[in-house]
Design a protein around this ligand. Structure first.
Ligand SMILES: Nc1ncnc2c1ncn2[C@@H]1O[C@H](COP(=O)(O)OP(=O)(O)OP(=O)(O)O)[C@@H](O)[C@H]1O
Ligand SMILES: [Mg+2]
Length: 359
């Protein structure tokens, strides 16, 4: 059976799952998109706060019903009372609590992660320029590089050496372009990452997060490692996330990976703030002609298919690469150019849908 056929079979199976108050889960408005990958099935049931226990039996029944038709795929059904509200920023407006506070980090009001299903899609570039864009919108912002496979934030922001450590062992973050910055890179020696296991990675991240003197930040942007393995899952679970931004290139392959990343976030109940399409199109510097070399628009379509917000497109431009390599990201080195504007528009869109991120 194809993945689409499995989605249909699950929808049919959910017709026989009842929900509190009567009716079938299949027709319930709080049922998320059903995501089917080669090995996994994931969907979420979002319920009004306080209704979690009442929906417990429906979740169990949905899990069993989906397993019967999923041909051996691992089925993950999450039950959440705030995923959608938090993602659209309505939680506060409606007087409801935001995402479950996993254990707040002193000095930081909210944390968002930037993730991708695979490497090299420009995740770090987007994370750094987005952090600078939030700063330009007036927020107090930090950037945490949690990518233990290839920490690149120090290069992107021109930071060298280890952060200062106070007498009591607490880190003082690096400062760059008005951001407070910490990188897991400063805790690793080169090539060490290959032997890291989930628990070590999580404890290093935990230490970076909680043993750093963050100075009253509105927002910390976390550059996650690429991929959706155990390390990513344990990292995501160890950090109290407001939400996540998924970066993809327009190619189909990267999109499949982006869907995997969303699948993982869905499973871990992290609200997805939306998808960014990076290297979306190429504008020839000499003629100004636009080329859709990767088949532009794939991420926008994927976002629509998955019913996720589409946050915007970043063009493939030499200036983005050169400024990143030089440690002067385009949002600060050419703040009035079209590339900076592309990043800033994404930050503004996130703030518009989640105004509680502002002070
Ligand atoms: N929009 C863009 N235009 C031009 N070059 C880009 C763009 N986005 C990223 N790049 C370049 O592509 C390369 C990969 O980007 P980056 O390091 O941000 O990706 P990543 O997803 O974080 O990779 P990794 O998986 O290694 O962490 C870098 O050289 C970067 O400068
Ligand atoms: Mg990176």
């Amino acid at each position: 059976m194809s993945n689409d056929a499995i989605v249909s079979a699950i929808k049919a199976a959910l017709q026989s799952v009842t929900i509190p108050g009567g009716g079938a889960l299949a027709g319930y408005g709080g049922l998320s998109e059903i995501i089917v990958t080669q090995n996994a099935v994931a969907f979420a049931i979002s319920v009004a706060p306080g209704m979690e226990a009442a929906f417990g039996p429906s979740r169990t029944a949905a899990q069993q019903a989906a397993e019967k038709v999923s041909q051996g795929r691992k089925v993950m059904v999450s039950l959440t009372s705030d995923r959608n509200q938090a993602a659209t920023g309505q939680a506060k407006a409606q007087g409801r609590p935001g995402p479950a506070p996993r254990e707040a980090v002193p000095g930081i009001r909210n944390i968002i992660a930037v993730g991708s299903g695979k490497g090299g899609v420009g995740k770090s570039t987007v994370a750094a320029n987005l952090a600078l864009s939030f700063k330009a919108e007036g927020l107090r912002v930090g950037l945490l590089d949690a990518d233990l496979y290839g920490p690149s934030v120090p290069r992107l922001l021109g930071i060298e050496g280890k952060p200062a450590v106070r007498a009591d062992g607490i880190f003082s973050p690096h400062q760059a372009y008005g951001l407070e910055v910490m990188s897991i890179g400063s805790m690793l020696t080169p090539n060490q990452a290959v032997v890291w296991r989930g628990p070590m990675a999580t404890s290093a991240l935990r230490q970076l997060l909680r043993e750093t003197q963050w100075d009253d930040l509105d927002l910390l942007v976390v550059d996650l490692p690429p991929g959706t393995g155990d390390i990513q899952i344990s990292l995501v679970q160890s950090v109290p996330l407001f939400g996540a931004v998924v970066v993809s290139t327009p190619q189909d392959l990267a999109l499949i990976d982006a869907k995997k990343a969303m699948d993982m976030l869905l499973r871990t109940e992290v609200p997805i703030l939306g998808i960014v399409e990076n290297m979306s199109y190429f504008v020839a510097p000499d003629t100004g002609t636009r080329y859709d070399i990767f088949g532009h628009g794939g991420a926008r379509q994927a976002a629509a298919d998955l019913d996720m917000p589409f946050l915007g497109e970043i063009p493939l431009v030499m200036a983005i690469r050169e400024t990143s390599d030089a440690g002067r990201p385009v949002v600060v080195s050419a703040p009035n150019g079209p590339e900076a504007e592309a990043f800033r528009a994404i930050a503004r869109q996130i703030l518009a849908s989640a105004p509680q991120l502002r002070r």
